[in-house]
Design a binder for this molecule. Sequence first.
Ligand code: C2E
Ligand code: SIN
Ligand code: SIN
Ligand code: SIN
Ligand code: FE
Ligand code: FE
Length: 378
Amino acid sequence: MNSHLIYNLKWSLLTDSVAMNEINQQILMANILIVDDQILNIRLLERVLTQAGYANIFSTTDPTQTIAFYTKHDIDLLLLDIRMPTMDGFEVLAELKTTTPEAYNDYLAVLVLTAELTSETRNKALTAGAKDFLTKPFDQIEALQRIHNILEVRILHKQVLQQNVELETRVKERTLELENSRLEIIRRLGLAAEYKDNETGNHVLRMSLFSQMLARAVGLSEEDSEMILHAAPMHDIGKIGIPDRVLLKPGKLDSEEWAIMQSHVEIGVELLSGSDVPLMVMAKNIAATHHERWDGSGYPAGLSGENIPIEGRICALCDVFDALTSERPYKKAWPVREAMDHIRSQSGNHFDPKLVEKFDQILDEVLVCRQMHLDSVP
Ligand code: C2E
Ligand code: SIN
Ligand code: SIN
Ligand code: SIN
Ligand code: FE
Ligand code: FE
């Protein structure tokens, strides 16, 4: 903790008497532990502290009990004698440092009680983690003043830590919000493309969910599978650029129309290029390769086999499965069994054989998902 910051914080709080009253109350509620082999010293300190209004005082004449007390009572201030027969104050500090390192991060207030304050004792104690000293016999006013000051720093430090935690939580919430709105925009972008040729359909949602399932099933990481889920909705974004007379044509396309239709791939790539955000790179890859075919007969590049990125191969299969089992302006919906027969027959031709095999294995799961996201009847 930066002492300058604490100073500024103290100063701003001092100028605010309400806050200051609150701090003073917290100081009086602090958990104080006195460790001294002389019971009379303990009694004296206890009396002085109680009269000053301190409410939570613990004590022991056995220094080996310090850690136990510290852990059990969430100690804010340790009043520690240096010269004790079983275990001296330095040893207590060393043990505290090794067994409860958080005590140091939390600014544990340690006040060392000592009869003579030689510079050697002083340096040794400071190095071991002491924050201040009280020389015996104590001057009561001075002792109370030092105890108050050290506890004030401790309490303010705790508040700053608490604020940091709250700040971190808020940053995390904001990041999540941003992430969610980003995904929402992407989803809407995908819907925009789908809207023209399917006003009621969930095609984009279904093929994206199937793609995530298939990605998981072939052993892609959870992170990559989720990225496919979020990138796949943009596979047909280029259809935005296809004229309605082609896109919405009820029957077969002629060769000029078919050339226009195929250009949805290049239009999509153009729309999705130029970003180095991994999700956008993947979306671009999917848009670019979702009509490539395993045997090299697809478009636009005629890539084959594993030259087609895995995300493109996965989306190609899931896109066709959902297109076949859905109604289109140009075709009726196929029964699932016929769609699967077609896909199996295209293993090694249109589709990656390993993916066809996996898709077959997860078909039950895919069908449950499909059932949950059927198109609503307009
Ligand atoms: P889409 O409707 O989303 O179809 C995606 C892919 O599913 C098609 O890619 C094709 O591989 C497969 N598919 C869909 N329906 C059938 C079918 O009846 N038989 C077979 N064997 N496969 C089918 P493809 O062929 O590259 O087409 C890309 C997009 O072009 C289609 O997306 C659709 O929007 C459009 N399209 C394709 N053929 C026609 C057509 O005859 N008429 C119209 N109006 N549009 C078409
Ligand atoms: C499409 O997105 O091209 C049509 C989807 C559907 O009919 O479900
Ligand atoms: C077309 O419908 O014009 C071509 C469809 C295909 O390549 O499967
Ligand atoms: C994979 O790449 O993870 C399996 C699918 C394939 O390469 O064909
Ligand atoms: Fe497409
Ligand atoms: Fe599609």
